[in-house]
Design a protein around this ligand. Sequence first.
Ligand SMILES: [Mg+2]
Length: 466
Amino acid sequence: MANIEAVGFDMDYTLAQYNEAFDMLAFEGAKDKLIDMGYPEEAIRTFKFDPLQHTRGLVIDKRRGNILKMDRHKYVRRAYHGTRELSRSERKAQYILDAGATPTFVGNDYVNVDSLFQLVDASLFAQLVDVLDEGGPSYAQAFRDVRHAVDLCHQDGVIKDQVAIEPSKYIVPDDNLVPMLTQYRLAGKKVFLLTNSLFDYTNVVMNFLVGKDVNNRDWVDLFDVVVVGAGKPAFLGDGRRDMLRVDAATNMGTLHNFVGKPVSEVGGPAFLQREGKIFQSGTWKELHEMLEVGSGSEVLYVGDHMYGDMIRSKRSLGWRTTLIVPELEPELVLDAQLDLPLRHVVAEKEKECEEAELAVQELRLSLLAQGLDFLESDEREALERAQEESREALKEARDALHRAYHPHWGPLFRSGNQASRFAKQVVDYSCIYTSRASNLLATSPSRTFRPPSDFMPHDDDERPPM
Ligand SMILES: [Mg+2]
């Protein structure tokens, strides 16, 4: 952290954590819009939102109407068609094709569930697929309609107006946020807010988070620069997008955008002093200039969106990244709870399976040494049956452990014995990950973070790091 000159924060699901009531606004609002689009009202009215039905890190297969969980090698480990789990053979038939033809899961047919916002999309899509199995538009069209319906709710006030009336009903308060943001200023670092939400909504949420009413602007003082309506990931790209100044002087939530020259043309930090420090749109270039940072490696950005916040900023700008993973806390609790009983059953069954395999192998070798035919041995059948039974018992034990984490998708960070695709992305694209932004208060602004050593399978786990 000592080399970091500026620390930036996303707002939605990063500084502000939302609860289920918030998701319900989008879910119920989008149901109304789907009915307006012509989807059958009777069926849509029965749709229920279960926040635990889907998880981040899943991949939506729009064309087939499926939702998938993959391991780090993109091997599909679990799959649902709508709300029905696909059997192993169905899954293999659709995703493990002839050599070379296995899907790569990139392109327009696939959508990654990168943010907690998308759990609503996944839930609506899965239930809509069940309806469309009886006939109707294609699954891909239904997904586009779901996306459009949810998007409209974010734009037309279905969500924003309700949150503005009673923010405490939808946003989780966090007393440590203000001290956490303040510590970086005290340590001499610049602090910025970079959110895709527009000013009126950002103002509501930030005022709630700092414990002020909506007519207040004190929260702006926590930051050196505020960029609203950033339009990430385009903000992080190289396209030309003029940065606009936001006039936040009015208290009624009225927003004036002044289309002016890009900040880079009117003189960086001096411009902030003169004109105010709230902006909309633009690109990282103006932001770097205002923050007076020389290279991307001097910026640490804290966000929750795997693609929009992490992958783009780290890959193309070299920003250091912190991913917010609220799911980490319940998962760690489960890790601890399940450690003894279920995990030990799995370990026991693994051992039995290994022993059964060894017994077959020993018989094979001993018959070979005696010049006898393994296939005609009387003992072979009993040993092979025992081997098959032990494999089945191991499979059941692993399945019970998987379902104890999550009835459909298992642990977030694992997929069978492998890291899940989500876990791989976390490791690849975030320098640090933590369950909530305010946890950063527990670390010194100059602390050095070191990743654990990379282990090869032949490495000794006990060996001290280099
Ligand atoms: Mg966000």
